[in-house]
Write a protein that binds this ligand. Sequence first.
Ligand SMILES: C[S@@+](CC[C@H](N)C(=O)[O-])C[C@H]1O[C@@H](n2cnc3c(N)ncnc32)[C@H](O)[C@@H]1O
Length: 233
Amino acid sequence: MNLLHARIPAGTADTAPMVTARADFLESGVYRGLADELARVCADTDGLVIDAGAGTGYYLAHVLSAAPAATGLALDVSAVALRRAARAHPRLGAAVWNLWEPWPVGDEVASVLLNVFAPRNGPEFHRVLRPGGLLTVASPTPDHLRELGDLVLTVDDRKEERLDGTLGEYFARTGRTEVRRTVELTPQQVRQAVEMGPTAFHLDRGDRRSRLDALTEAQEVTVSFAVSTYRRL
Ligand SMILES: C[S@@+](CC[C@H](N)C(=O)[O-])C[C@H]1O[C@@H](n2cnc3c(N)ncnc32)[C@H](O)[C@@H]1O
């Protein structure tokens, strides 16, 4: 369902090539540990799970598989991504929406709000989450993919601090876990990791494209995420 009529700025929604790269990369299982951790954190959920910035629905589908009484709603501004999300799980609905606008859902309807590497609208998170509900936010830690250097846009060292600052008016943090492993990425997976993220909008800057083309060998990289949980104030 595309509820979005306003134009959105270029460089906001994931494009078709980014979505294909993300879907292929996620399907290869490299970030499966994060999906498992999100499913563990949300396991007892039996109401509505809203994934804000759901992309292809990969993480929401994992959460729903571990919560048989829950239903899911994927919100994302990328129609291409949401077409995939809508097919990702039988209990999942999807709506194209700009998260910075008031969301097309009622007050206190969600038991769980998921937010994985996507924009955070604190006031709307607060409005749609029911009292006692769970907000779960996943973000990369500073050493995530560090071996790829400036092939990927770097993670701000103070991102988590800023995250608590953004949400602090509305939520209190109740827990934090880290998912961290070293994985071997094929040249194709390195390319997907670059092309599925915001770096895709800056591929022609510097020599990124030629460096990607020159890759021939698998590379060990760190994948590292923080999963934080919050309760409504
Ligand atoms: C880095 S991707 C993460 C997608 C998904 N959570 C995942 O990890 O596979 C960021 C997502 O946020 C979406 N997005 C960016 N700005 C948005 C906005 N203002 N409203 C809704 N979605 C937005 C993009 O289209 C993209 O799907």
